[in-house]
Design a protein around this ligand. Structure first.
Ligand SMILES: *[C@@H]1O[C@H](CO)[C@@H](O)[C@H](O)[C@H]1NC(C)=O
Ligand SMILES: *[C@@H]1O[C@H](CO)[C@@H](O)[C@H](O)[C@H]1NC(C)=O
Ligand SMILES: *[C@@H]1O[C@H](CO)[C@@H](O)[C@H](O)[C@H]1NC(C)=O
Ligand SMILES: *[C@@H]1O[C@H](CO)[C@@H](O)[C@H](O)[C@H]1NC(C)=O
Ligand SMILES: *[C@@H]1O[C@H](CO)[C@@H](O)[C@H](O)[C@H]1NC(C)=O
Ligand SMILES: *[C@@H]1O[C@H](CO)[C@@H](O)[C@H](O)[C@H]1NC(C)=O
Ligand SMILES: *[C@@H]1O[C@H](CO)[C@@H](O)[C@H](O)[C@H]1NC(C)=O
Ligand SMILES: *[C@@H]1O[C@H](CO)[C@@H](O)[C@H](O)[C@H]1NC(C)=O
Ligand SMILES: *[C@@H]1O[C@H](CO)[C@@H](O)[C@H](O)[C@H]1NC(C)=O
Length: 895
């Protein structure tokens, strides 16, 4: 998972780092076009023949277009501009790559032959993600999503897994779908579609499928939340790598046209903008009556305003993650004896190295103190025996695993067993010379071993090869964060203050199916695991209510969800977690399915101070059979500061500061009111934003309108607003624009003014036959908030050069043009960088001379034609000249 450390690196002093996986990359020279209505695709395609090839035909009912690949990538942007200007083209976007959100694999099984645990008895759903969301109450009432078609857009599904039906096609659990890409697709090479969406190499989609529809014939009590539903599987990833947004758009439209009732997708990339191509395509499907749920993303570490696309699209339902109340683990089975007595079994998680096969040795402990915070961190005392004949038991904590293992190995140990200091176990790595195998056991198992050793018993442990030993399921209580929002769940709102996410579902520590080839079962964490459960809940609600209207179901689930208090990863706060983290809260399927009071919206956004929209209406409808008296009240949630209270000017990483400074809400009608059966009425909400806040730090306030009915109904409508100006927020980090040598990639140092770069001859930058080492000027910029438009102008400095002759003035800056991929649209907040070989977006090369880069990042809600609406910065001047082809290159290639 993307972690705090990544944010620290991204915005750290070095100000340069590799883009994290969450940031979508652009596929060079590839574009998605959408045709104007009534235009003929064939005519368009023949008009670009020779210059571009068709990546994918995107002619669907709701999206008529194509993705194309320009053959001459160097000239692509110039040609793209011409294509965009064609009367047949309505819109055009670059092709971007998206990945499966970085989820955590906690443990996996050892294949479908694991049958050590008891099967789940039918009719008694005790699966904790279901207990948390009332799915068990619907299942116990016989509601299973029967007859509902749920499409999953993911890595495919191992439908041959017995718990996933064992077959593909009509009549099977996975009854429709296809593979859009093939095993070897990685996001950049050519897709090889085929009709078979089998997942036997990735796992993500198979885990998602089991959450929705795993059948009861599995050893671990896994139950799909909508076992009666039919699944469609659209495979958009190969075994590794990314999917393009053109492929995602195709998959969505195929799923729509194949008659899916619900579409779920646990894929995304950092964005914050609803205008991205993929988000636009998904919004359109929702408008046409099919609910689309997308995981909110696993970038909670980045703090506020880090929503992911397509989850952040208009009308798209973004699903946040809460942690399971249990911490299930699939552990390898080993045995031990005490003083030569009977064999007893215990579970362990192998680490790396893991040569545990046939290891039978007595245990030896560093100390008997099971609360030692730094156990085994210091070199062992001189009195320590030779440990080569033992398995050394050490408690986790304080120092690194490598340090613990190193200290044990120094006394001859080859085998080290760590016991945990938090819930569960983990697979840890400590490759230390001399260590043959490491493993971890749970804290309680460690404590049990220690008390035996302390009592003077001889404990002999027989380990096993984790790759072949049977696994068994251990359900430990999650004592740290049961039911709380997962610390990795991504925060909204969007940069245009749309409410994201919509609501939460359990996604942390979820046991589900996995490809047979990868162990058949696995415990994973991520919003990827939360989204499919919510999709299954949609199916149950469709069964009960007979409507799949996306707005109706979203409104119901949001209003009946349970908001939870904020949890910073260690402790719970008394304040409700901000709406931009949890939306409506944890979904409650039964309450939503049977609610008779309906609200006309799922949330309210009061926008920011510049666009403050304080008076808003929503409708309450009593669809029950009796009159109900309603009382309205305001429930405040924590206000979160976007920026930290220091001089860094960058958004605070999780756990970002939260404070108790709520808005004030008033309602019309102001008192209780009664609605007869079938009646509805408008409620007007007026908000007064909190005023005691530091507006420059962009505080996001939020809370709920609670609506309690005399029939016992208890609803809550989430709202949020920004107590500051989005437009006033700096987007381009001051002094974060840096010109360096591309060769200094790891430790970029700003270059001195007028440094000379000798560039390869035009067109030869990738020509390794001529240049095995090139040194290019590298520009890095740091966006501390998203920007819908980033320009980089190449400004001629030296008058000796002929370049100035071709310059034009744009937004007050003299420019020869922009480098390839600029201007860049709808940027998330992150690092942008490129290495420059002198080429401009139109494919031409600037002449040798002295230049500087002028960077302009459009502020949020800014007008792209007003220079005052940009944050600007520029580099020092630098000289470029082009080298000539080297003799060595000439002779080598014979050219
Ligand atoms: C994708 O695979 C192709 C070979 O098929 C390879 O050339 C390319 O580098 C790979 N791209 C990524 C991002 O791994
Ligand atoms: C989130 O929780 C996990 C598991 O407890 C922990 O390892 C991680 O450091 C936490 N991350 C943050 C950003 O608090
Ligand atoms: C672990 O293995 C032992 C020895 O083979 C066996 O007796 C025991 O049932 C297994 N434990 C579990 C929990 O399945
Ligand atoms: C472990 O012992 C078994 C049975 O004696 C043997 O077949 C196997 O090769 C051994 N494995 C290793 C890694 O030594
Ligand atoms: C887990 O929590 C439940 C409910 O609080 C409790 O009854 C049970 O004893 C706990 N189990 C363990 C292993 O701590
Ligand atoms: C906030 O106001 C801006 C400017 O009018 C608008 O573009 C944006 O959509 C508004 N946001 C919401 C959530 O209404
Ligand atoms: C809210 O509803 C009232 C009628 O109850 C209407 O007069 C008013 O214009 C509405 N306000 C908005 C912002 O829609
Ligand atoms: C409104 O209803 C609530 C809950 O039913 C009740 O506690 C409260 O006293 C009522 N208020 C008035 C003014 O009647
Ligand atoms: C860099 O070169 C430009 C143009 O040749 C000149 O005007 C400027 O003074 C130089 N700057 C430095 C710091 O040498």
């Amino acid at each position: 998972m993307v972690r705090l450390s990544v944010a620290a690196v991204l915005f750290g002093a070095a100000a340069l780092a590799q883009a994290t996986k969450a940031i979508p990359a652009i596929v060079p020279g590839a574009y998605i076009v959408e045709y104007e209505d009534g235009h003929d695709a064939a005519a368009f395609l023949s008009s670009i023949e020779g210059e571009a090839s068709l990546r994918r035909d995107l002619r669907f009912k709701l999206f008529k277009g194509a993705s194309i690949q320009f053959k001459d990538v160097e000239k692509a942007e110039d040609m793209a501009a011409k294509v965009a200007a064609m009367p047949t083209i309505k819109q055009m976007w670059p092709v971007k790559r998206y990945s499966v959100p970085q989820h955590t694999v906690h443990s996996t099984g050892n294949g479908i032959h694991d049958v050590l645990a008891r099967r789940q008895s039918a009719g008694n759903d005790a699966f904790t993600p279901h207990l948390m969301t009332q799915v068990n109450k619907l299942r116990d009432a016989g509601i299973t999503g029967a007859g509902i078609k749920i499409a999953i857009i993911d890595t495919g599904t191992d439908y041959l897994h017995p718990a996933l039906g064992g077959c593909f096609g009509p009549g099977c659990l996975v009854s429709y779908g296809s593979d859009l890409v093939g095993d070897f697709f990685n996001g950049t090479n050519t897709a090889q579609p085929d009709p078979d969406p089998l997942d036997n190499c990735n796992g993500h989609g198979t885990h998602v499928a089991g959450i929705i529809a795993a059948q009861a014939n599995n050893p671990y009590g896994i139950i799909g939340a909508a076992q009666g539903a039919t699944l469609g599987s659209y495979r958009v990833f190969g075994c590794t790598g990314d999917a393009g947004n053109d492929i995602l758009i195709a998959a969505y439209n195929m799923a729509y046209e194949d008659g899916s009732d619900i579409i779920t997708c646990s894929v995304g990339g950092a964005s914050g903008w609803t205008e991205d191509a993929w988000a636009v395509a998904v919004s359109r499907i929702v408008e046409n009556g099919v609910p689309c749920l997308v995981s909110a993303g696993n970038d909670g570490s980045k703090g506020l305003f880090y929503s992911s696309t397509a989850a952040n699209g208009k009308r798209v339902t973004a699903i946040a993650s809460a942690d399971n109340t249990l911490s299930p683990a699939l552990l390898s089975n080993a045995t031990f004896t005490v003083n030569g007595g009977a064999q007893q079994s215990f579970g362990f998680t192998a680490g790396d190295p893991a040569a545990w096969a046939n290891v039978t040795l007595p245990l030896w402990a560093v100390s008997f103190n099971t609360s030692d915070p730094a156990n085994g961190c210091a070199p062992y005392p001189a009195s320590t025996p030779d440990l080569s004949g033992y398995i050394v038991l050490v408690r986790r904590g304080t120092c690194t695993f490598v340090e613990k293992v190193t200290n044990a190995v120094a006394k001859g140990a080859k085998y080290i067993m760590l016991y945990n200091n938090v819930d569960g176990t983990a697979s840890v790595e400590a490759n230390v010379q001399g260590a043959e195998a490491i493993a971890m056991v749970a804290a309680d198992q460690g404590a049990a071993f220690i008390s035996l050793l302390e009592a003077g018993s001889k404990v002999v442990v027989s380990m096993a090869d984790a790759a072949t030993a049977p696994k068994f399921l251990v359900n430990l209580n999650n004592t740290l964060s049961p039911g709380f929002l997962s610390n990795y769940t991504s925060w909204g709102p969007t940069y245009e203050v749309d409410v994201k996410p919509q609501f939460a579902s359990p996604g942390g520590m979820i046991l589900s199916t996995y490809p047979r080839a990868l162990g058949a079962y696995a415990v994973l964490s991520g919003t990827s695991m939360a989204c499919p459960l919510a999709a299954a809940v949609y199916a149950l609600i469709v069964n009960v209510r007979g409507t799949k209207d996306p707005k109706t179901i979203e409104n119901l689930l949001s209003a009946t969800a349970n908001p939870n208090v904020f949890h910073d990863g260690n402790t719970a706060s008394p304040l409700l977690a901000p709406v931009p983290q949890q939306g409506g809260g944890l979904i409650q399927a039964y309450d939503a399915a049977y609610a008779t009071t309906l609200l006309s919206v799922s949330s309210l956004s009061f926008n920011d101070t510049d666009h403050f929209n304080p008076v808003q209406n929503f409708t309450i409808s009593n669809e029950g059979r009796t009159a109900v008296t309603y009382s309205l009240a305001h429930m405040r949630a924590a206000t979160g500061y976007t920026f930290s209270n220091d001089s860094t000017g960058v958004p605070a990483a999780f756990p970002n500061e939260i404070i108790d400074s709520p808005a004030k809400l008033s309602f019309v009608p102001s008192g209780n009111f009664t609605l007869a059966a079938g009646q509805r009425r408008i409620v007007t909400v007026t908000a007064v934003a909190p005023t005691d806040l530091d507006a420059k730090r962009l505080p996001v306030y939020s809370g709920y309108v609670s609506i309690n009915g005399s029939d016992g109904s208890s609803l809550s409508l989430p709202y949020l607003g920004v107590a500051g100006s989005m437009h006033a927020a700096t987007v381009l980090r001051p002094s974060g624009t840096l010109l360096s040598h591309s060769m200094d990639d790891n430790r970029p140092v700003p270059v001195a003014a007028n440094t000379t770069f000798v560039l390869p001859p035009a067109g030869h930058v990738n020509d390794t036959a001529y240049f095995n080492k090139t040194d290019l000027p590298k520009l890095a910029m740091s966006l501390v908030m998203g920007s819908a438009l980033v320009r980089v102008d190449v400004v001629p400095v030296s008058n000796c050069s002929t370049a100035a002759i071709n310059a034009t003035t744009v937004l007050g800056t003299e420019t020869l043009g922009q480098p390839p991929t600029y201007p860049s649209t709808y940027n998330p907040r992150d690092q942008l960088s490129f290495e420059w070989d002198g080429r401009l977006a139109d494919g031409s090369y600037v002449p040798p001379g002295v230049y500087k880069f002028a960077v302009k990042a459009l502020r949020i809600f800014g007008d792209p034609d007003r220079v005052e609406d940009y944050d600007a910065d520029e580099t020092v001047p630098f000289k470029i000249r082009y080298s000539s082809l080297s003799r060595r290159g000439v002779s080598r290639t014979g050219r």
